[in-house]
Each structure stands twice: as C-alpha cells, then as structure tokens.
Design a protein around this ligand. Structure first.
Ligand code: ATP
Length: 249
C-alpha cells in the first residue's frame, strides 16, 4: 500500500524515534480576560500545569465539562496555540518558543487534525480533498500520481471505495467524516487530533467513526487524541483523560 512506502521514506527523513508522539509538560495557558475594577489586566487560566503524554498506536479520549480546557489542550498539542509556559514535544520536537514557520512545519509533517464538522471544500471530489496539500506544494507528474494512489488506498481503507469522485454534497455525514479522517492521515502524521469528531452524527454512525479511528490508530501507528462528550463511546479507547478547571486527572 502507498502509505507503507511513504512511512519508510518519512522515517529516514525525520528520524522518528521511539519516544512518545506527544509529550506535554507543565503547560500553563492563560488568555487575557478584560480588566479588573481597578483597571488591571485580568487573565483566565485555561490550562493549569498540565502534563500529558500520548504514545503511538494508542487512542486517548479527552473528556470534561464545557469550559474545562479540552479544546485549549488540543490547540496546544496541535502547535496552533503557544502556551504561556511549559513544554510541548511533538514526536521529539519542541514546539514551544519556535518560529511560526517551524510550528507550521511540525503541523504539516507530524500532525493530522479531524475537525468537528468536516470542513471539506464544496467544489472538490473526495479524492481531491486528500490531494490539496500536494497541489499547494506544487507536486506534479510521477510524485503526484504516487500521492493519488495513496489517496485512493486511504479512501478504500476508510470504507469509501468507489465514492472518490463524489463531491461533499453527494456524501452522507458519516462519509464526509471518513474523508476527513483519510485526509488527516495523508501526511503520515505521528499525532492525530480529533475535536469532537462525532458531534454531528447519530449514535450508530458515531460508533462507526470511533471504531474506525481506533483501527487506523493501530494500523498507521499514530497517537490519537479525541475530545468527546459522548462517554458511552469510551469503551474502545486505550485511555481516558479528564479535564477539570484546566487541570488533568
Ligand atoms: N480565545 C479565548 N480567549 C479567552 N478565553 C478563552 C479563549 N478560549 C477559551 N477560553 C477560556 O478558557 C477556558 C477553557 O476553554 P476551552 O474552550 O479549552 O474548554 P472546553 O473544555 O474545550 O469547552 P467546550 O467543551 O465547551 O468546547 C474557558 O474558561 C474559556 O472560556
């Protein structure tokens, strides 16, 4: 399969070690929150001395009440938001204190993201959604063909054989989320972050998506971290981390 060859290339290029795909240490994240009555700047602490680790081949569910800090932790893990202090290592690479360019490189090479609502481009087919990054990078000819084959293999793996030519409006909600998962795996990431990937789906479809995420976690040897509100879907994950007021337990 295409992704196997791709994986071998990547291993040599980025020298993947055996350490955790994600290691968060003593992370604090404060957001500005207006001013006090005396006119002093106020902050809200979204993450309060958080330690967290995710290993390849494992799936962790991140749960907790609304406002407890789940999205903040995912944003920090995804090198999208710079914490106030602490360390975030993604596949051995420190993300904190780096230039935006370095962090963008980490996002591109190490991280796949599955959004709550699959934000697919309406005019593109399922196959084309997976190849957007390759087009942006200017891949042509044999390299692009190789990627297109990898995209087809991924679409088949997530249960979308034969629908690669359909556009988002011709797909069901569950199928769209499968395209989203396949797209997140295209870059052969070490870390797969999923932010409430089942919130737009009914129970049966949600179960299928969580099962699929668990399977690809093993097959592609990624560390998957999934934020969810649906605690009845947690029986198939490897670990559950609970956030409470910005702290993990
Ligand atoms: N951009 C921001 N500016 C200021 N405060 C923010 C910002 N984003 C989040 N917060 C605050 O940080 C805290 C954690 O929010 P976060 O969105 O991480 O929680 P959550 O657990 O993901 O919630 P939900 O389940 O509702 O999505 C909350 O108190 C929230 O109000």
């Amino acid at each position: 399969m295409g992704h196997v060859a791709e994986h071998a290339t990547k291993t040599t290029r980025s020298g993947r070690g055996t350490g955790p795909a994600l290691e968060i240490r003593d992370v604090v994240l404060e957001y500005p929150d207006g001013t006090t009555a005396e006119g002093k700047p106020r902050t809200v602490t979204a993450l309060d001395s958080v330690d967290f680790r995710a290993d390849r081949g494992t799936m962790t569910a991140l749960v907790g009440e609304s406002g407890s800090g789940k999205s903040s932790l995912l944003a920090v893990a995804g090198a999208l938001v710079e914490p106030t202090s602490g360390s975030v290592r993604i596949n051995g690479n420190e993300a904190v204190g780096q230039s935006e360019k370095t962090r963008a490189g980490l996002r591109r090479e190490q991280i796949g993201v599955v959004f709550q609502q699959p934000n697919l481009i309406p005019s593109l087919t399922a196959r084309e959604q997976l190849l957007v990054a390759e087009h942006v990078r200017g891949l042509r000819g044999a390299r692009l063909k190789e990627k297109a084959r990898a995209a087809d293999a991924l679409l088949e793996r997530v249960g979308l054989e034969g629908v690669g030519d359909r556009r988002p409006h011709q797909l069901s909600g569950g199928q769209r989320q499968r395209v989203n998962i396949a797209r997140a795996l295209m870059g052969d990431p070490a870390l797969l972050l999923a932010d409430e990937p089942t919130s737009a789906l009914d129970h049966e479809r949600s179960r299928e998506i969580v099962d699929l995420l668990r399977e690809v976690t093993r097959e592609f040897d990624v560390a998957t971290v999934m934020v969810t509100h649906e605690t009845d879907l947690l029986d198939s994950v490897d670990a559950t981390a609970t956030m409470r007021d910005g702290r993990l337990s």
